[in-house]
Design a protein around this ligand. Structure first.
Ligand code: GLP
Length: 246
């Protein structure tokens, strides 16, 4: 296991460092294949990448992106779909080509077809860097506790904790979809390199278990201990359980 853990007291500095790394990697390999994530955590990274693009430090012209997950049952143009999230937070601000961006489809009324399509895409495209946030219950993508480590893209029933955590973005808990389609753990582990970002106190238990816990399906992120190239970027709050023993 090669896990590189960095803890920052300045969140801006954390994102600055991750963004610089991406700028370097994209310049080294303009055809890079990036695994992207949604949620609050990557937003500041995307803002810094947009700035780097505007400052002409990088181009996304040949970059391909594969997102981790999408809600089932939301139209692509729904305000809270991950399709809309990616468009608003990153894609519409940069020079990426539309047909180079891939997000699993949760709006097809044919989950089997959506699953097969995404599995095939991931079989054909090796992800160079997979970006991950972590759920407070240790989920990665939408791979909830109990997900088989051998899983490929599949449909999941969202945990009550995940739905209530994400309810802040909807008008009411009832509007939060009950299911999602997600890249599987096996596909996430297939990336050449993984970057995890976690900030905030509510992530400290999951972060601790991810790094020091037993590898077990009840804490999906714990499987990352087996990946050969993982970097974990934390703020002090997310690191507080192992730093101060809180
Ligand atoms: C969401 C996403 C995950 C994300 C996680 C944390 O539900 N499906 O990919 O990493 O939960 O979200 P946040 O960054 O908003 O804390």
């Amino acid at each position: 296991m090669t896990v590189n853990i960095k803890v920052f007291n300045d969140i801006n500095q954390l994102y600055e460092e991750v963004a610089s790394y991406y700028v370097e990697k994209i310049n080294q390999n303009p055809n890079i294949c990036l695994g992207l994530a949604t949620g609050s955590t990557p937003i500041m990274l995307y803002q810094k990448l947009i700035m780097a693009y505007k400052d002409q430090k990088i181009s996304f012209k040949q970059v391909r992106t594969f997102n981790l997950d999408e809600y089932i049952g939301l139209h692509q143009n729904h305000k809270q779909s991950y399709y809309t999230f990616m468009k608003e937070q990153l894609f519409k601000h940069i020079d990426i080509q539309d047909d180079h961006t891939f997000i699993p489809r949760g709006d097809m009324n044919d989950d089997i077809k959506a699953i097969k399509t995404y599995q095939n895409l991931l079989d054909k495209n090796k992800i160079d860097i997979q970006l991950l946030g972590i759920g407070a219950n240790g989920h990665i993508g939408f791979n909830e506790p109990g997900t088989d480590f051998e899983s490929k893209t599949h449909v999941v029933k969202l945990a009550a904790k995940t739905r209530s955590d994400n309810a802040r973005l909807f008008n009411h808990l009832d509007e939060v979809p009950t299911h999602a389609i997600t890249m599987g753990i096996k596909e996430i582990m297939g990336a050449k390199e993984i970057i995890v970002i976690a900030v905030g106190q509510n992530k400290k238990d999951a972060v601790y278990e991810m790094i020091y816990g037993d590898i077990n399906i009840n804490l999906p992120a714990s499987i990352l201990q087996k990946h050969p190239n993982v970097s974990i970027y934390l703020d002090e709050a997310a690191a507080s359980k192992f730093q101060k023993g809180e």
